[in-house]
Design a protein around this ligand. Structure first.
Ligand SMILES: Cc1ncc(COP(=O)(O)O)c(C=O)c1O
Length: 421
């Protein structure tokens, strides 16, 4: 194993080599230079009191969600298990199983659905569907659905966000227009059509799809859920941090700087990993290490941080093509809002190859029975390269590793078998 780069200049040299490797379309690991963490203080984009408010709002909606999705026997709470992975990686390896999240089988059920619920609450109060102080079961009735019938939400997606928002919007009776980038898989579009959502297909990448969807919503005056620049999305994802901390503590794991928890977070535009990072860092400080994971071809947060150009840089500027088997992560440009909120708290970014992700789709299935899409398997694929880059540093060797498996349980059999093959 190489020795961990410890001084700022050693990290800068490591990062320069990593950026060159990425430009040659190879896997690479970017490490945060210490200097960045000492950036000048600025007004926070989101706060812990926003997160507490979100937790309370999700609790208010719980009876409505339970009533709208009774077939699953679900309790209306958007939570996932923390599982043991049967093989360690030096330290213990746990899996935060968001691929099994209720409703949509992906982490998008947290931020995407949370923002939708915020909007439904505002619409319900404005339209008189809900009286102040009334229980939220009132939102899950045929009368409420009729009252919401003239409302529409618009969203752009590579697949999972659109599916999450389309599913829940339709259940409440809202119309949903889901703009899909060329990466979106046919089965995700088919499911949306079955739900009665309108699917607008675009023959372009995610960044351009967002622009087109935003313009369409501005033209029609409909509600646009903006994955690139929404505080509410970030806050929804951030609620997952307390859930994880509670689960770690139930196992007797209390992270410290010497024995940290390292969380591997698959990253597209950055909202999901960014929100979780905000919550974890706010609670655990340097007892948590947050590692974002991206496909080599779509390593937009890597590009933003390594070039120090932020969201002004896209992966195309590095000569990458944004073509990857990980459809959920196929994003060429990072969210400027996420970089502003947590850019200086991202400890590392690991860019993994399609082969590494596909290898872990198979391995996680054979070794642990986990049904993951490549975007989620990315979390597992990042552990070895990150550990190697850290060169046996004692805190990393003593750490608990948490792979956040962000999606896949709803993959159709044929699709999953094709990935395994
Ligand atoms: C399975 C999966 N994992 C991770 C992500 C990344 O989320 P974000 O784009 O908010 O970074 C996505 C995004 O769609 C996804 O579908």
């Amino acid at each position: 194993m190489p020795v961990a780069p410890e001084t700022t200049s050693a990290i800068e040299a490591h990062n320069a080599a990593a950026l060159s490797a990425l430009k040659r379309r190879g896997p690479a690991v970017w490490l945060r230079p210490d200097a960045l963490s000492a950036a000048a203080p600025r007004a926070p984009v989101i706060t812990l009191s926003d997160v507490a408010e979100a937790t309370a709002r999700l609790e208010r909606f719980q009876p409505a969600l339970r009533k709208l999705f009774p077939e699953s026997g679900w309790n209306g709470r958007i939570t996932s298990a923390l599982l043991d992975y049967p093989h360690g990686v030096g330290g213990a390896l746990l899996v935060k199983a968001d691929h099994t999240l209720p409703l949509t089988g992906s982490i998008k059920a947290r931020g995407g659905v949370y923002e939708l619920l915020c909007r439904i609450e505002r619409m319900a109060l404005a339209d008189g569907v809900l009286a102040a102080g009334e229980g939220y079961e009132a939102l899950a009735t045929p009368e409420a659905a009729r009252a919401f019938g003239h409302r529409k939400v618009v969203v752009a997606s590579t697949g999972n966000l659109g599916f999450s928002i389309g599913l829940v919007a339709r259940a409440f009776g809202l119309a949903a227009d889901v703009h899909m980038s060329h990466d979106a898989k046919a089965w995700k579009k088919d499911r949306l059509l079955q739900l009665g959502a309108r699917v607008v297909e675009h023959d372009c990448d995610y960044t351009l799809t967002v622009e087109r969807a935003r313009a369409a919503a501005a033209g029609s005056g409909d509600d646009f859920i903006d994955d690139e620049s929404s505080r509410e999305l970030l806050i929804g994802y951030a609620t997952a941090a307390d859930e994880l901390i509670g689960q770690l503590s139930a196992r007797g794991i209390v992270p410290t700087a010497r024995k940290p928890v390292i969380v591997y977070l698959p990253c597209g535009v950055g909202g999901a990993p960014g929100g979780v990072t905000f919550g974890l860092k706010a609670r655990l400080g340097d007892a948590v290490i947050c590692v974002f994971v991206e496909p080599v071809a779509s390593a937009c947060v890597f590009a933003a941080l390594a070039t120090e150009q932020g969201a002004a840089t896209s992966v195309y500027d590095l000569g990458l093509d944004n073509l990857t088997v990980a459809d959920g992560l196929a994003v060429p440009r990072a969210s400027a809002l996420v970089l502003e909120a947590v850019g200086d708290q991202i400890d590392a970014v690991v860019a993994v190859s399609d082969d590494q992700m596909l290898g872990w789709v198979g391995r996680a299935w054979r070794e642990a029975g986990l049904r993951l899409e490549p975007s989620a398997a990315a979390a597992l694929a990042a552990i070895a390269p990150f550990r190697e880059a850290m060169g046996g540093r004692p805190d990393i060797e003593a750490a608990t590793h948490v792979a956040w498996t962000t999606g896949g349980s709803l993959l159709p059999d044929a699709e999953f078998e094709r990935l395994l093959a």
